[in-house]
Design a protein around this ligand. Structure first.
Ligand SMILES: [Zn+2]
Length: 291
């Protein structure tokens, strides 16, 4: 019996004496494996055992990290496929983003949303203001920065999203409803460009919007919206009923978003006007701002 016990213990790597063990070299780096003392399971005495070499532990951790990264990359590529006009969006970064007068608070909020992405959970941003004033560029630049940090991001224009969901109702369509909805739920960030640009939403469309807004709220994931609605429309209670009879979708969106008015003017218009008046865009905007 005694022999059997010591046989079991020595096979498990535990010494049957209280002295240090013969060194074992690591098969990877050739260093002696570290030893440590643990309590004997039967008699409570301290015994020496070999531990895994630190290089082996690191090897396993690296392997796991690479596996996770590979899985994440597949996921990101899958979600990216859903984005509208990928080529255009890829070029919208902070390096070519211009902070024009009136964009400051929207810019700061997006910056905050990037820097505290994990901590903010479902708290998104809602940026509204005149068409062509850089809202899409700002949110796309934020999305691109998060993609480079390894997050899965979808950037999609409302019309594109709704028409793609509508197209799945045709059974020959290659994209299924569940695939699109699944990607919208799974993405770490959903950037919803041109929110409320649809004139009249069908009951189906209202339901899809609610499903996405509600599903992401439950999953504690944010949505960043850009919208061309005016400050008057934003404050008007009627806007809540555009999305459903009870206004529940709208209030959910507002409750989960930091709302910022981008006061900057339409950049294309400013460029055209400045050219017509023979001045720089900066001069034109300064003059406009003083009116
Ligand atoms: Zn080693």
């Amino acid at each position: 019996m005694q022999n059997v016990m010591s046989e079991i213990l020595s096979r498990s790597g535990m010494s049957n004496s209280s002295s240090e063990l013969e060194p074992i070299q690591c098969q990877y780096c050739g260093e002696d494996k570290p030893q440590t003392q643990i309590e004997h399971p039967f008699n409570g005495e301290m015994r020496w055992v070999h531990c895994a070499c630190p290089c082996e532990v690191k090897r396993l951790e690296d392997f796991k990290r690479e596996q996770d990264a590979a899985k994440r990359r597949i996921r990101i590529n899958k979600t990216l496929k859903l984005s509208s006009a990928m080529d255009e969006i890829k070029d919208m970064t902070f390096s070519n983003y211009k902070n024009r007068p009136g964009t400051e608070s929207a810019y700061e909020e997006v910056r905050n949303a990037i820097d505290n992405f994990d901590e903010r959970g479902k708290l998104g941003v809602f940026i509204f203001g005149e068409t062509g004033n850089g809202k899409s560029h700002l949110t796309a630049a934020g999305g691109n920065e998060l993609i480079s940090k390894g997050y899965a991001v979808i950037f999609i224009a409302e019309k594109d999203l709704l028409s793609r969901l509508q197209a799945t109702q045709n059974f020959k369509n290659e994209e299924s409803f569940a695939e699109i909805m699944g990607a919208c739920m799974d993405a770490d960030l959903l950037i919803w460009d041109d929110f409320l640009s649809s004139q009249r939403l069908s009951p189906n469309e209202k339901d899809w919007i609610f499903q996405i807004v509600n599903g992401r709220e439950r999953a504690n994931k944010p949505i960043w919206y850009t919208s061309n609605i005016t400050p008057e429309e934003f404050q008007d209670d009627n806007i809540a009923y555009a999305l459903d009879d009870k206004g529940r979708t709208w209030w959910r969106i507002i409750g989960n978003s930091e709302c910022r008015l981008n006061r900057a003017t339409n950049h294309r218009k400013a460029k055209a006007m400045a050219r017509a008046m023979g001045m720089s865009v900066e001069e034109y905007e300064k003059q406009e701002g003083h009116q």
